[in-house]
Write a protein that binds this ligand. Structure first.
Ligand code: SD4
Length: 301
């Protein structure tokens, strides 16, 4: 396939159209992935990414973002950053050089300010209301549902692969908490010789199995994108259940170097995909005994 892209959750659909248009025009897959993720970061209707993201336990919005270039294996990440419009754009700018590629907290904010990245208060009144309503009920919890990451994996017409992700992480998270999303190998991974992958779900689980790297590694050993996605997630889930008695929510999307996609999940999951053969569409994935059953969602586009 000349180009292909896969992304997590229904919230990626508008971004997928932007991404597919850019890839169709022959634009760079990194630019396409970043434009698509930024589109979600700017949309206040999605309460788990960027503007309108869910607050932490202090009622403030801290964001994580990551980017990887599958040609160079350079990655860039920012963690726990407050007050900036696009964590993924900041992350991409860090994906070069041999050091200082992953910045967190005040250091990341200082870098973003010094490098002219647009500032923005990402807390919207609706999320302040939610926080005020839920804070007492949830203060004892370490995790709370309603967290999702937007992840885009792209393959462009030069056969370059990229992964880009952005999230506000867990609702009511502790100050300084980082999930898998900005962690290369866990939340995202790209290697143009093999494939690219990205994850969403409980970061504390995903990090235990370096889920995105594992999927790409399995493709390297010869598995198809779909088999690699399923094996990576099922193996991790089985290990977690064996050791801890349970496994929390995890979902994974990936592309092989030809642009074929793979998806796995242990919860009901939506994703979008496009290639020069398939116009952008929204799909639903469910786990049926370790295999992923995929249905194209009609009438919702
Ligand atoms: C995190 N993986 O911060 C993210 C949240 C997420 O579906 O993607 N939830 O742990």
């Amino acid at each position: 396939m000349k180009y292909a892209a896969i992304a997590t959750w229904k919230m990626s659909y508008e971004g997928m159209k932007i991404c597919a248009d850019m890839l169709e025009r022959g634009e760079n897959g990194a630019d396409a992935a970043i434009a698509a993720v930024s589109n979600v970061e700017d949309d206040p209707n999605f309460h788990s990414v960027g503007y309108g993201g869910r607050p932490d336990c202090r009622g403030r919005v801290f964001l994580d973002g990551g980017f990887m270039d599958g040609n160079t294996l350079h990655f860039g990440s920012v963690g726990s950053i407050e007050g900036f419009r696009s964590p993924v754009r900041i992350a991409r700018s860090l994906a070069k050089g041999d050091a200082n590629n992953f910045l967190a907290g005040q250091g990341a904010e200082q870098y973003a300010r010094e490098n002219g990245f647009e500032e923005r208060d990402n807390l919207i009144p609706e999320m302040t209301e939610l926080y005020e309503k839920e804070k007492d009920r949830l203060k004892a919890l370490s995790a709370y549902d309603g967290h999702d990451t937007v992840c885009f994996c792209t393959k462009d017409c030069t056969d370059s692969l990229y992964a880009a992700v952005s999230t506000s992480g867990l609702f009511m998270k502790k100050p300084g908490r980082l999930g898998d999303s900005p962690v290369p190998g866990a939340g995202f991974y790209a290697d143009s010789k093999t494939g690219c992958a990205a994850a969403t779900g409980m970061g504390e689980e995903i990090m235990k199995g370096a889920l995105s790297f594992t999927a790409v590694y399995l493709m390297k050993t010869g598995l198809s994108a779909q088999d690699a996605a399923e094996k990576a997630l099922t193996d991790l889930q089985n290990e977690l259940i064996e050791r801890n008695g349970y496994a929390q929510a995890m979902s994974l999307v990936c592309l092989d170097k030809e642009g074929n996609y793979g998806v796995s999940t242990n919860v009901p999951f939506t994703f979008t995909y496009a290639s020069e053969k398939d116009s952008p569409a929204l799909y639903e994935a469910v786990n049926t005994g370790g295999r992923t059953m995929i249905t194209k969602i009609k009438g919702e586009l």
